[in-house]
Design a protein around this ligand. Structure first.
Ligand code: NZQ
Ligand code: ZN
Length: 387
């Protein structure tokens, strides 16, 4: 039986030209902001200049934290907290993808915490208050623009962990698909795989009666499958970029998840791979997901794979259910390959030499996921199969 409280507080301004609301939206929270952004994409495509001119026009004071790395580091979070304190910042504006938005969220949470910022990553329960966050999204992938999570890396301890708090939902996010026209084919592919993985992590659940959520998940998967490919071939297709962008937000903003008891399986494994090898999140997911699917397919789970094969991949319902399930997994792998993504860890330079350490971090005396709970031995097998 599904049972839930609904609340998705982020205001979304979706579509071309929605940046026009920026000044008035910021002023609801104050007039001193911290701009957080990545390396050079926002300067190269002109978005940075546009934002700065809007801020100047509206008399909004800003200071800057540039150069946020993909897989954002706790060291950047600490720098951001210092800037916020020195400049009496009232709102943090993230311009970028998941890495930049996550970094902004962690800065907002660490701002109110007296101890070491890493504590609030390991212990989300220590977060009591968060400076208001807003985002201007430039890549469709993580859904951070409309969720309450932040994933932060610590290169000293080789950890990449997610933290969360209801006040970490951005207050507002501007989603203009034209800002994603410059995303490279590789990053578009990785982003599409990430969106699909978020949906799949929820879709493969054991809750009875979640018919509507399952059909919504299938519609979102079909949207990614259709438009991921088009966006790579036609990077300036507004239709493709818009559909991917909205799918990225809807995949993980809890809409699909309400009432479903889903504990994720592939993400915790990928996060540790990223922590040890600093790989692109979506690339790791594209490799691991089909191997995870093969590993968890059994008599108890086959019916879900059958639905997946028929409703998402259009396979014939007349075939044997295991045949449909295997074919659906093959379709998933082939799709990622068709986007130019790798299908083995070796292709991205990963061998088994750190697998024991990685498995220890992921499944130290605990299981991972709940569609089929995975223990350390299961995870080791999935990783070895993925080589
Ligand atoms: O640094 P710049 O120059 O901006 O380049 C970025 C970066 O190299 C580039 N890029 C972004 N927008 C662009 C662009 N290049 C050209 N044109 C544009 N418009 O793309 C590269 C990747 O950016 P990044 O922000 O790292 O990508 P993504 O959005 O995939 O974020 C990945 C991070 O989010 C975490 C991941 O683990 C990873 O650390 N996640 C966050 C989640 C959340 N908050 O809910 C959930 C996810 O599962 C995920 O774990
Ligand atoms: Zn993800």
């Amino acid at each position: 039986m599904i049972n839930f409280n609904y609340s998705i507080p982020t205001k979304i301004f979706f579509g071309k030209g929605q940046i026009s609301v920026l000044g008035s939206q910021i002023k609801k929270y104050g007039s001193k902001i911290l701009l957080v952004y990545g390396h050079n994409s926002v300067k190269k495509n002109g978005l940075y200049d546009k934002i700065v001119s809007i801020l100047k026009y509206n008399d909004i004071y800003y200071c800057e934290l540039p150069n946020i790395d993909p897989n954002p580091r706790i060291t950047s979070v600490k720098k951001g907290v210092d800037l916020c304190k020195k400049n009496s910042i009232e709102l943090i504006l993230a311009i970028g993808g998941g890495s930049v938005i996550d970094c902004a969220k962690a800065i907002g949470a660490a701002y109110y915490y007296d101890g070491d910022a890493w504590d609030i990553v390991i212990h989300p329960e220590k977060i009591t208050n968060v400076l208001p966050i807003a985002s201007i999204l430039t890549i469709a992938a993580t859904g951070s623009e409309m969720d309450q999570y932040a994933v932060i890396s610590n290169t000293e301890t080789c950890e990449k962990l997610d933290t969360y708090h209801p006040d970490m939902y951005p207050k507002f996010s501007i989603l203009d698909p034209t800002y994603t026209f410059t995303v490279s084919a590789n990053q578009t592919a990785a982003g599409t795989a990430d969106i699909m993985s978020h949906i799949l992590e929820i879709y493969f659940h054991n809750t009875k009666g979640a018919y509507l959520q399952d059909r919504m998940a299938e519609a979102l998967l079909k949207t990614c499958i259709k438009y991921g490919k088009i966006a790579i071939v036609e990077p300036e297709s507004y239709e493709a970029r818009a559909n991917l962008m909205w799918a990225s937000s809807l995949a993980i903003n809890d809409l699909l998840n309400y009432g479903i008891d889903s504990v994720w399986s592939v993400h915790p494994i990928e996060h540790e791979l990223s922590a040890f090898y600093d790989i692109s999140h979506g690339v790791g997911l594209a490799i691991l997901t089909p191997y995870w699917m093969e590993y968890v397919l059994n008599d108890n789970t086959v019916d879900k794979f059958k639905d997946y094969g028929i409703n998402v991949w259009g396979l014939s319902a007349d075939e044997d259910k295991f045949k449909i399930a295997h074919e659906s997994i093959k379709k998933t792998r082939d799709y990622f390959l068709s986007l130019g993504l790798p299908s083995s860890l070796k292709e991205i330079g990963i061998s088994d030499d750190k697998f024991s350490q990685i498995v220890n971090k992921i499944a130290n005396n605990k299981t991972v996921g709940n569609f089929v709970p995975l223990n350390a031995r299961d995870i080791m097998t999935i990783l070895k199969n993925s080589l």
